[in-house]
Write a new protein. Structure first.
Length: 532
């Protein structure tokens, strides 16, 4: 039995998925919420939000992600970063998953990944849980009902949280598996209910496909001026560095909060929704994002709530620090309807420095920008990945190593070319710690970060006096209206400045050791920008 709208020629049976129970094709939000409630997958919250727990997996499982090792991709995959899976092991995994699916109900969403038609990917997502269908319905871009009549999926993702992989039989690491087969245009996800795995699988696909077309895929948020598409800014950064919060500026138009492409036509959002962290979210600091947690069909993940009133406790991280909400872009009043902007005028690289060494903002030369892009220094924030319980300093190249199937230099060279072509200004922004390392110092005041970003984007920051940082060589503003002068010099925020110097030397050494792996692949000017 089937329900919903679908091209009859492209039902699941034509893809080998036979013997299933009821298949629900392309249900809209009300029907998906009804089905999720009927199946006791979660609870209806205030305003009609859907409150759900993802069980034991409250973050991504990057070590359980595999790429099938076909000859067609052998020379282009970054194998040191992507665990291989043999084609015959993937075939066993697929057949075992198909057998597991028989007799069970499934939810199908046919969606677009990419707001620019010339570069979009048509993706079919098959989920065991109705709320997963709702989640991805928010997160990707939704075809019109007419477009669904002729929809032909280029890639298919099957997500079965109740399926457990067999490492010996399927060539994987554990019972949890995320397996990508670029030849068969198929992704299999098993034994995890964390919805972010679906979203990031699509991002990984685009990170492989688009560079070959001259399009730069970016783990970034983006916005543009109210009346100027050409006044576009992109914000690179890992989860927890402030991509969603800082791009949701009421004085600018939000293009998207997490994943974008940069083509010859400009910046375009891959997605149709936002996936915001909600721990310590407040109506005062982030009113628009806060409001989405009380809107119909917003998916609220792993948040503690009162069983009677359904009031959410935004400060309770007893389930995970990685609490989140997923909602469609139009829930944000200043969101772009097109999901597109011009070529970036400003490029901001967000880092969460748990060592408390980096200044709140620094101006980068193009060579320095490439150095910091390839370095990807930040701190993994608690809860984003399984097992991360407090900030962990790390280097995640291109600010998104877990989602990069190609070698970092491929993305670095693309970005370098586009910066040179368009003359974008580049900035490094630290949203991490000041006055000491994690455990001693405190988080950078968001008010100061917003003031510095505003000055960077409106051009006024370029007119202030700068000093050269003795540790990293980039330019740091000396005095910015509305920002504590002491904050601009991180050494002065430490009670023990000798301890700061020692910490700075330690971080410089970490940068140098990490960057050694890229030296054989980069240009002389980027080598000259390297420190240590």
């Amino acid at each position: 039995m089937t329900h919903g709208r679908v091209n009859p020629a492209h039902r699941l049976e034509t893809q080998g998925m036979t013997g299933l129970g009821t298949v629900y094709y392309n249900l809209m939000e009300p029907a998906l919420v009804e089905e999720a409630l009927k199946r006791n997958e979660g609870t209806l919250g205030n305003g009609g939000a859907f409150l759900v727990s993802t069980g034991s997996h409250t973050g991504r499982s990057p070590k359980d992600k595999h790429v099938v090792r076909h000859p067609s991709v052998e020379s282009t995959i970054w194998w040191e970063n992507n665990a291989p899976m043999a084609p015959d092991a993937f075939e066993r995994l697929y057949q075992d998953m198909l057998a597991h699916m028989k007799g069970r109900d499934y939810f199908v969403q046919d969606l677009f990944a990419g707001a620019e038609a010339a570069h979009r990917l048509d993706v079919r997502v098959v989920t065991e849980l109705a709320w997963h269908g709702l989640f991805i319905h928010h997160m990707l871009r939704r075809p019109t009902r007419t477009e669904l009549d002729s929809f032909l999926p280029e890639f298919t993702i099957i997500n079965c949280p109740t399926f457990k992989a067999d490492p010996a039989r399927h060539g994987c690491r554990s019972e949890t598996v995320i397996a990508l087969d670029f030849d068969r245009k198929l992704i299999l996800i098993g034994n995890t209910a964390y919805a972010g795995e679906i979203k990031k699988s699509v991002f990984t696909l685009l990170n492989y496909i688009l560079p070959a077309k001259g399009v730069m895929p970016m783990h970034c948020s983006a916005n543009h001026g109210i009346e100027e598409l050409e006044d576009t800014a992109v914000f690179f950064g890992l989860s927890g560095t402030g991509k969603t919060t800082l791009s949701a500026d009421p004085s600018r138009v939000l293009i998207g909060d997490d994943e974008h492409g940069w083509s010859d036509s400009g910046v375009f959002n891959f997605e149709g929704g936002c996936y915001a962290k909600t721990i310590n979210l407040s109506a005062e600091a982030e009113p628009e994002i806060y409001a989405t947690t009380h809107k119909f069909a917003t998916v609220v993940e792993n948040m503690v709530f009162d069983p009677d009133t359904k009031e959410i406790d935004f400060e309770d991280d007893s389930l995970t620090a990685n609490t989140r909400c997923a909602y469609p872009m139009h829930y944000i009043s200043n969101a772009s309807s097109s999901g597109r902007g011009g070529a970036p005028k400003n490029i901001i690289m967000l880092t969460c420095d748990a060592y408390g060494v980096l200044p709140p903002i620094a101006r980068l030369t193009p060579a320095q920008a490439m150095y910091h892009f390839l370095s990807g220094f930040t701190s993994k924030v608690a809860g984003t990945e399984q097992g991360v319980t407090e900030p962990q300093p790390t280097f995640s190249t291109c600010f998104g190593a877990p989602f990069m199937p190609r070698r970092p230099e491929v993305y670095g060279k693309l970005l370098q070319e586009k910066i040179a072509q368009h003359g974008a200004a580049c900035w490094l922004v630290n949203t991490g710690w000041t006055g000491g390392a994690y455990g001693t110092g405190k988080r950078m005041p968001i008010k100061a970060t917003r003031a510095l970003l505003t000055a960077a984007l409106d051009g006024s920051l370029g007119a202030v006096q700068f000093r050269k940082d003795p540790n990293f060589g980039f330019d740091v503003p000396v005095l910015v209206p509305g920002v504590d002068e002491k904050l601009l010099d991180p050494r002065r925020t430490w009670a023990d400045q000798a301890a700061y110097d020692a910490q700075a030397r330690k971080l410089v050494g970490m940068f140098a050791n990490n960057f050694a792996q890229y030296v054989p692949f980069i240009d002389a000017d980027v080598k000259a920008a390297a420190i240590g």
